[in-house]
Design a protein around this ligand. Structure first.
Ligand code: ADE
Length: 260
């Protein structure tokens, strides 16, 4: 997977890509990251990449030509790549989107700044616009790093164990259960007995129940996409959780069809 980043702050990416799993993935040539300085593609001698908005208003807008020229300098194979604009106006990134993006061989990440990017560049060049959440950052650089991180860990061979991706929060509409490690007793609080029992079935049951409880409490909206096997349904029913999950899903469906 090749990531191309278009930015006016290329140094922003120096350190974050040098750490942890992303660094390992680069060293192992599972990914490569090319950072392109948009300013190098500006047309005028002041290397302007932004200008005032037509129609007036606050702030500055990123000019379309330097962005287009920068993109044109990257040979893009449109079948196997996606040109992504990071902006608060985009569709919100989630695990399903990260999975989909991990299927491309190249992602071109355009970091917007200021009050936005000229709409004509967006319309003519951008395949999709992504946001990382309902808040406004000073630019798309941090969002581009989030995309790189979320996608890289899904690529084959990047994490030691592919099962850890299957057990991620969100991968099946549930948040992950809590985890414990040594010491067995921390500040007087012991690790739950079942996790020390060596009984894998009992541990899986405990973790399922924990996942469902935590999801009900923190992100009930996720439950609508959760699917349970017959065995899991039996476990949840015994705990009195299946009815609660179904009620939450019903309620969110009726809210969707009768808003307000
Ligand atoms: N640029 C500014 N805010 C952003 C956000 N929430 N997501 C992606 N890019 C952004």
């Amino acid at each position: 997977m090749v990531f191309d980043i278009l930015t006016i702050f290329p140094d922003f990416f120096l350190s974050p890509l040098q750490e942890g799993i992303v660094r390992r993935a680069r060293t192992a040539r599972k990914i490569s990251v090319d950072v392109h300085d948009i300013r190098g593609y500006a047309l005028d001698r002041h290397r302007m990449t932004d200008d005032r908005p037509f129609g007036g208003g606050e702030g500055m807008v990123m000019k379309p030509e330097p962005l287009a020229r920068c993109l044109q300098a990257i040979a893009v194979d449109h079948d196997r790549s996606s040109i992504i604009l990071l902006s608060p106006r985009g569709r919100q990134l989630n695990q399903e989107t990260a999975q989909r993006l991990s299927q491309y061989s190249r992602l071109i990440l355009v970091c917007g700044r200021y009050e936005g990017v000229d709409e004509r560049f967006r319309d003519r060049y951008v395949d999709e616009e992504l946001s990382i959440g309902d808040y406004v950052l000073t630019g798309g650089e941090l969002a581009a790093l989030v995309v790189i991180d979320a996608v890289t860990r899904l690529l084959p061979g990047v994490l030691g164990c592919s099962a850890s991706v299957d057990h991620d929060s969100f991968s099946r509409g549930l948040l992950k259960h809590g985890q414990f490690t040594r010491p067995r007793i921390f500040e007087g609080v012991p690790v739950p007995d079942v996790l020390l029992s060596g009984d894998h079935r009992a541990i899986a049951t405990y973790r399922l129940i924990e996942s469902v409880r935590i999801t009900m409490d923190r992100r009930p909206d996720l439950l609508a996409t959760a699917r349970f096997t017959a065995d899991e349904q039996r476990i949840l029913k015994k705990e009195g959780l299946l009815e609660q999950v179904e009620a939450i899903v019903q309620e969110s469906r009726s809210k969707l069809s009768h808003p307000g």
